[in-house]
Design a protein around this ligand. Structure first.
Ligand code: PLP
Length: 273
């Protein structure tokens, strides 16, 4: 793990732990020969699902919010090249995606299929993410992660040893509902809420996928850069006790940076499925 230096940290120490949380969330969700899930046109969750399907040999179906735009953007082109079938729901239908009407319609179309919620956050995803703290062999007090749908934070907090705390940074504007959502996910996974976590709602920079020149360009902008800014800002304000050791989970795939989802080798991206 690398240590990050910054004058705002003062005596606080900040360590960076890379983790492909989307793949981790899928680990205990796999096993069905056909898996369907939902996402926006740039969904990292759909990419991770498509890649898992290719690697483990199961069918994947991506239900994308909005209309089809051709050519596919690089994110959907990657999913497609991994063999994912893409289908689209207009915004009104997409809002109803988790209702029985829409789910029954999808089952009618796609047959026997396991359906994962948007972002892949469910009890199995939480259990997958709970394994992350066990893989950190460094002494620390606080672990930080970005928060989109809350599954990653719910799992990390649930997997923490006694005495350590988790702090999530919401990337959505007005995301107070995430406190209920993370609690619900922990209850679904373990029957109880761990009580060792909090969510900062102050570093969304205008909302999901909104950026700012204040964000460090060295980090992925949608999630990671906002968390890093938040940690440094809080440290600068003295929000951490002197000498606090912080681990920041740098979420996302190390091997496929945001700008270069290549076509997976050995696959025909023109496959008409
Ligand atoms: C999806 C994602 C997150 C957020 O994870 P949630 O479990 O939805 O909160 C954080 N960072 C990256 C890079 C992601 O792709």
């Amino acid at each position: 793990m690398e240590e990050m230096r910054d004058p705002r940290l003062g005596t606080v120490r900040l360590f960076l732990k890379h983790d492909d949380n989307k793949a981790r969330k899928l680990r205990y969700n796999l096993g069905h020969p056909r898996v369907l899930s939902f996402g926006g046109a740039y969904s990292g969750h759909l990419r991770a699902l498509a890649r898992a399907g290719m690697e483990h040999g199961f069918e994947t179906i991506g239900v994308v919010r909005g209309e089809e735009h051709l050519p596919l953007n690089p994110s959907l082109a990657y999913a497609r090249a991994c063999g994912m079938r893409l289908t689209y729901l207009d915004r009104a239908a997409y809002r109803l995606k988790h209702t029985p009407q829409v789910l029954d319609g999808l089952r009618e179309t796609f047959g026997d299929v396991a359906i994962l919620p948007e972002g892949g956050s469910n009890a199995a995803a939480v259990r997958g993410c709970a394994e992350l703290p066990g893989e950190i062999d460094l002494d620390y007090d606080v672990i930080c992660c970005p928060v989109g749908t809350g599954g990653t934070l719910a799992g990390i907090a649930a997997g923490l040893p006694d005495g350590k705390r988790a702090l999530g940074f919401a990337v959505l504007k007005g995301a107070g509902f995430l406190n209920d959502e993370v609690a619900r996910l922990q209850r679904e996974a373990y029957g109880a809420v761990s009580g060792n976590w909090a969510i900062s709602l102050d570093y969304h920079f205008g909302g999901y996928a909104k950026t700012s020149p204040l964000l460090d360009a060295a980090f992925e902008q949608v999630y990671v850069a906002k968390m890093i800014y938040g940690i440094l800002d809080l440290a600068g304000r003295g929000a951490f006790a002197p000498g606090t050791r912080v681990v920041a989970v740098i979420t996302g795939q190390l091997s496929t940076p945001v700008v270069s989802w290549g076509t997976p080798t050995g696959l025909d991206s023109g496959d008409p499925r």
